[in-house]
Ligand binder design. Structure first.
Ligand code: TRP
Length: 329
């Protein structure tokens, strides 16, 4: 099976504005209406997302960082040496430093291979991390790990610790989740380790309300983040969205086990997008993103179907977030 996902256009930013027009028109002419998620992360969007990760309601980032602090010493023991660390979607790798600091105490030098689409984020990560952990050798790859091939280097006899954290996997459909992990598994050997960070489904431990608030905060940062997609289209292509005629909506879809982000049209209106008149009725929504939430059983199935077996799971005291250590089998 080809590990690369078909129809990658939805997962990758086009490079010409006519291709952006085409992708946006296709989404807005579909039923229900959608916009591609890569639109979120322009410069302002990336700043807004940084602010989301610091919100009191957005427990994910903070909780994962605490779990890393707690597990770092055990992780070093579990993976052993010699070791190399690779990371999918590393971004600015702001939480990875906690793990790399602990791992570098057992192995010098430590080769760290971050893979990310953003050259600027990766450069920042390399600068910050080498200052924090001088024993680190950073070897970045600029690639979209969904649509492009990437390499994992294995220095003589080293085991690979693969990081896929931040519940990033939750922004992909179940079929894509499996493809991402299967592709990763194809670069690994038995006894290599995967460290996967996942947000847990609401239930006895986590209320729907707590989850909902993480995606619809009181200060309105998440709303601004969602609506920034429209601002971006107004600026970058020929579109005339009126921002005050749309509202941010986050809703839990229980049957799909995901939080859905939408932009709801507050009036019946027509929007022009690259010469195409798009009509929206009052209350109609544009679906902008999904964030899947996982049960223990779903995590087990996903790992097994992708060639991993769960070794141990660490959750916070509330039982809201999980960091899973899995062995390649
Ligand atoms: N990876 C983040 C998550 O799913 C992305 C995210 C947080 C997000 N808040 C959002 C995406 C609001 C769209 C809208 O938790």
């Amino acid at each position: 099976m080809d590990p690369l996902i078909e129809a990658p256009e939805a997962l990758e930013a086009p490079t010409t504005s006519s291709a952006v027009c085409e992708a946006v028109q296709a989404g807005l002419n579909a039923t229900p209406k959608t916009l591609p998620a890569w639109l979120f992360y322009d410069e302002h969007g990336s700043q807004l997302f940084e602010r989301i990760t610091e919100l009191p309601e957005y427990y994910l980032t903070r909780t994962e960082r605490h779990l890393f602090v707690e597990m770092a010493p055990t992780l070093a023991e579990h993976v052993g040496t010699p070791l190399t660390v690779m990371e999918l979607g590393a971004g600015t790798a702001s939480k990875t430093g906690v793990l790399l600091t602990a791992l570098a105490q057992h192995q010098t030098p430590l080769l760290y291979q971050p893979i990310d689409v953003s050259a600027s984020a990766t450069e920042e990560a390399a600068n910050v991390l080498t200052r924090l952990v001088p024993q680190l050798q950073v070897q970045p790859q600029i690639a979209n790990y969904i649509t492009e091939r990437y390499d994992v280097e294995r220095p003589a006899n080293a085991r690979v610790l693969a990081l896929y954290i931040g519940s990033s996997i939750g922004n992909f459909s179940p079929a894509e989740q499996q493809n991402i992990l299967r592709n990763l598994r194809s670069h690994l050997e038995p006894r290599d380790t995967l460290l996967l960070g996942l947000d847990l489904a609401p239930g006895d431990a986590k209320s729907h309300d707590a989850l909902q608030k993480a995606y619809d905060d009181d200060a309105g940062v998440t709303a601004a983040f969602n609506k920034n997609v429209l601002t971006r289209l107004n600026r970058e292509i020929d579109a005339d969205f009126k921002l005050d005629q749309f509202a941010h909506r986050a809703c839990w879809n229980a049957s799909e086990s995901r939080i859905e982000m939408h932009l709801e049209s507050l009036v019946s209106q027509t929007v022009n997008v690259c010469g195409d008149a798009i009509t929206l009725s009052k209350g109609e929504t544009i679906h902008t993103e999904n964030s899947y939430k996982f049960t223990d059983a779903a995590i087990n199935t996903l790992l097994q179907d992708s060639g991993f077996s769960m070794n141990r799971t660490l959750t916070d005291e509330n039982g809201w977030y999980a960091v899973v250590m899995a062995d390649a089998v």
